[in-house]
Design a protein around this ligand. Structure first.
Ligand code: ZN
Length: 135
């Protein structure tokens, strides 16, 4: 479901990470179900609603003895009509909670909740299904 991968960067901090900047309004926070860590954010952007999530990189060098963890920002324009509601992706939390799951459909539902409430929404992601149909 992702349209761009940005990075690398270190120690995912949604307040500083990737394509996020202060000029766009954050409308949805994507949250880990285990620790409430913010995994990503959705923003109102000129071209629609963008979703950026911060994921730790796989297979880091064991010789990297610093405490810094390498990661990436994954980005998608969630309002793009070419993106299907059933498109989905695995997410991994920076605090070690893996196998999380986000779908385009629940992102769009969160945007609708935001539009209805007029306040920022928290999207607590679910678990990866046993047999992902469309990754
Ligand atoms: Zn977590």
């Amino acid at each position: 479901m992702w349209r761009a991968q940005l990075g690398p960067h270190y120690d995912g901090d949604p307040r500083q990470g990737g394509v996020g900047d202060t000029t766009r309004r954050c409308i949805v926070e994507v949250v880990c179900p285990d620790c409430n860590n913010v995994l990503g954010r959705m923003h109102d952007e000129p071209g629609g609603v963008g979703l950026a999530v911060w994921v730790p990189a796989e297979g880091q060098s064991p010789s990297n003895v610093t405490s810094k963890r390498l990661g990436w920002t994954l980005y998608s324009l969630i309002s793009d009509p070419e993106l299907g509601d059933d498109e989905a992706s695995v997410l991994n939390c920076w605090r070690g909670h893996g196998g999380l799951w986000i779908t385009v459909g629940e992102c769009r539902a969160s945007v609708e909740r935001y539009r209805a409430k007029g306040r920022k929404v928290r999207l607590v992601v679910g678990r990866m299904p046993d047999e992902p149909a469309n990754v």
